[in-house]
Design a protein around this ligand. Sequence first.
Ligand SMILES: Nc1ncnc2c1ncn2[C@@H]1O[C@H](COP(=O)(O)OP(=O)(O)O)[C@@H](O)[C@H]1O
Ligand SMILES: [Mg+2]
Length: 203
Amino acid sequence: MVSKYKVQSSNIYIEKTDVPKNKLNIVDSLQIHELEKELLTEAYEIFYDELNENTIFDETYFKELHRRTFEALYDWAGVYRDYNMAKGESRFCQGLYVKSSSKKIFEELEKENYLKDYENKSKEEFAKKLAYYKCEINALHPFYELNGRITRLFFDMIALFNGYKYIDYSTVTPKEYIDAAIECVQFADSDSMETIILNGLKK
Ligand SMILES: Nc1ncnc2c1ncn2[C@@H]1O[C@H](COP(=O)(O)OP(=O)(O)O)[C@@H](O)[C@H]1O
Ligand SMILES: [Mg+2]
């Protein structure tokens, strides 16, 4: 039987490698990952400096995080994907619906004032909200690559805005983190992510 959900093979990578085609023509996996790491560190500094009372955590901001962090390397920085993607057994939002699903998530977030009012509420309430939206964006998986890092950057900025430090994910192993992401994507269940975030939220 032909599945309606067809995962298109990605053409963003240099053939038979995990290195995305890039503006600097880097072909070495270690080198590209090192550079991505440096760009992300710089991005944390830039967006930390830019954060202020008027910052709005909307879709434009989210896409700008991706674009401005990685545009020196990738043509698709800040661009939503248009084909279907899966990891392991998890199928992310269909390519065709990424734009409309994203719009829905950010409209919901707007109704909650982009989670800008949690400084004086309980950490538990904040963790629940953060986990819910983080899971929604995990399931959306809107970019071709670097979704995990940009999604964490996004919620780290929201945490910072509310007087917390960056969310500490080192309380769990990579496997525990991925298992929580799997629960998000496959079962729309954000409980494990909530526990991870609650443990990682510190003032
Ligand atoms: N099997 C899976 N099921 C659901 N989500 C997954 C799975 N594997 C990875 N993920 C999610 O995808 C993210 C990785 O996506 P990717 O675009 O490669 O970003 P990055 O390169 O920044 O890690 C992880 O952080 C996790 O949220
Ligand atoms: Mg990746």
